[in-house]
Design a binder for this molecule. Sequence first.
Ligand SMILES: Nc1nc2c(ncn2[C@@H]2O[C@H](COP(=O)(O)OP(=O)(O)OP(=O)(O)O)[C@@H](O)[C@H]2O)c(=O)[nH]1
Ligand SMILES: [Mg+2]
Length: 221
Amino acid sequence: MSYQLKQTDSTLNNNSYSMQSTFKVMLLGDSGVGKTCLLVRFKDDTFLCGSFIATVGIDFRNKTIQIKDKQVKLQIYDTAGQERFRSVTHSYYRDANALLLLYDVTSIISFNNVRAWLSEIKEFAQDDVIICLIANKVDKIPERVVTKEAGQKLATEYDVTYIETSAKTGMNVELAFSATAQCLLEKELTQNSKLASKTLMNLVQLNNQTHKSSCCLFSSS
Ligand SMILES: Nc1nc2c(ncn2[C@@H]2O[C@H](COP(=O)(O)OP(=O)(O)OP(=O)(O)O)[C@@H](O)[C@H]2O)c(=O)[nH]1
Ligand SMILES: [Mg+2]
């Protein structure tokens, strides 16, 4: 195994050393699709409701999760969706190990823009970056305009994993990050990004078959 031996976060026992890997995960997508809310749900298990405050430039939060006997530290970059910050965010793509590309299921514009985001990814990110297409705000059932089938079709066309989430209810939020972390661990071990992408797809499928609401395949700290 090629995991680095590092001291873990200060939240863990200072005297304990653990097998830890660190990965950079970037959140992308149009302004207002729910990137910041998804991150806050994952990090603090709360929902930012009320007035929408657009992210300026780029922000980041760390979270360490446990996958089997491994500590996985995720450095999560929350980017601004607004066009005027695009040049700032482009410079971060290169370092990203995984990209969570969000759209809002109540906004056809955000869905149609996914292709443009994927072109940017192709231009600025590493060739073997892990990509997950996230259909967010699925709790807004009456307002939904982008179907699951349309989302899955687009994901299949680009050979990326598709996950439906709600930052409001927490549905699949843990799954999106934890399955991505597990996939990145596998990629680190095998150096095979195609195999790791398949692992991500399988984990999501397995979860959808066995747990209809939230994921309990992983634990986090
Ligand atoms: N109902 C519902 N509302 C959501 C969900 N996720 C986000 N929102 C709302 O959507 C709005 C925008 O959310 P943000 O997370 O700030 O959007 P963002 O993608 O970070 O936007 P930028 O920072 O401008 O790129 C806020 O008013 C949130 O309350 C969700 O899953 N369900
Ligand atoms: Mg934001």
